[in-house]
Design a protein around this ligand. Sequence first.
Ligand code: FAD
Length: 473
Amino acid sequence: MANGEIFDVTVIGTGPGGYVAAVRAAQMGLKTAIVERDPAGCGGTCLQRGCIPTKALLHTADLYEDFKNRKEYGIVAENVGLDFPAVMSRKDRIVLRLSKGIETYLFKKNKITLFKGHGRLEGAKAVVVKGEGGETRVDTKNVILATGSRPKSLPGITPDGKTILTSDDILKLKEIPKSLVVIGAGAVGMEFASMFARFGSTVTVIEMLPRILPLEDAEISAEAHKVLAKQMTIHTGAKTEAVLKTANGVEVGFHTAQGESKTVTADLLLLAVGRGPVTDGLNLESTKAQLDRGYVKTSALMATDEPGLYAIGDVVALPDRPHPQLAHVASAEGIGVAERLAGHAVEALNYDRIPSATYCRPETAGVGLTEAEAKKRGYDVRVGRFNFGSLAKPRILGHPEGLVKVVSEAKYDEVLGVHMVGPHATDLISEACVALRLEATTEEIFRTVHPHPTLPEALMQAAEAVYGHAIDA
Ligand code: FAD
């Protein structure tokens, strides 16, 4: 039912795209509404079923691994073990608290009106929300679609939530499986593989592409493979042929890179083969917005073909390149749209400078061009590498594996990319993000005095290595 109120902007979806866009719109003085249909609450995939729960579990895996290695640290403790229900309930508490924080603190503080229920468009000037109490019409000048994504499957393999799982299902497990097969060695697949391997499962990873973490710089994914292969069995260049449910779990048939036929049996199978767009029941047909393989097509400024209708985050198809499905991308796009709606001339995102991060142990992270991409674009490429093992701090932490790689170019000495695998790489990458944003030179990085003993010294040394000056052990 309309009540005569007209919002400046209505956002559909409260993931990291939607809620961040709504908060920024409200901060800019726009009258803002937001719609969410998830009975679990606000926060979207990232908070409910993605970034946050996985990182909470991975943190326990890190602690558990270090405790198992307690003698090395001089810690004496008996009976170190995992209470899996307690591990899962800690994860649930973290999610609940953050989700409630969005609803009861962020939305209230910023005077954002939350409509609970399924939102559908009536053109771009109204959203009809179907909630518990029936339908509510929300009149609005602009709409931002931030409806996100859901797990994809493979042809002929249907997740059943019991033995064939999606990333949503595996976060609800009641006990640690004795064995787990993971199909897909992207960030999601490798994080679960690394987590359950360290919780004690026997883990097998099957990846069709020639390497794990295929979006990372080739050297980084090779080094990550080397370390992770100590925790699990990894088949790259391997094609899954068949999945059979058995009395005790699953049987997965695949062809190895060498053309051999193999079968692996396990309690559970995790499908981590990417995510598809969520646009069901949105009534996009009532607008001029176009779809591309189900994703909402936008310009570089996130505008659809319908005036006043924008899309951000995982649901987006960009005009000229693949759209990265990452929380920080969704948020940055949302901030851009909100500020532009408030009249600010905010530039389009530079997708070459979006950081990637994988939170296995060792962590991987990268920003900017990989060495291969820089060469493809015709740069006169110079590379510096530095091993974490040559520094004091990684040895103090007990995690000296990995390296930092700086990709630079000869003409202006500009840093084109930074890629790393090793301790706290996902935190360390932020310094490189700032360097790229400021178009810093390699020399500016290595002449920036870094505190000692710290992990960021590895970036400083990798920059020096471009000049052959690193102090490598
Ligand atoms: P979403 O977060 O998917 O939110 C969309 C919201 O819209 C949902 O709440 C949904 O209920 C709601 N919605 C949809 N349709 C409607 C409708 N019609 N009416 C009302 N509400 C609707 N990214 C990272 O950057 N770092 C990580 O560490 C990371 N880890 C991940 C781990 C896993 C296991 C997974 C699956 C993903 C991970 N991601 C990570 C990716 C990240 O979660 C997504 O990129 C991000 O959530 C996308 O945000 P979004 O706002 O576009 O959509």
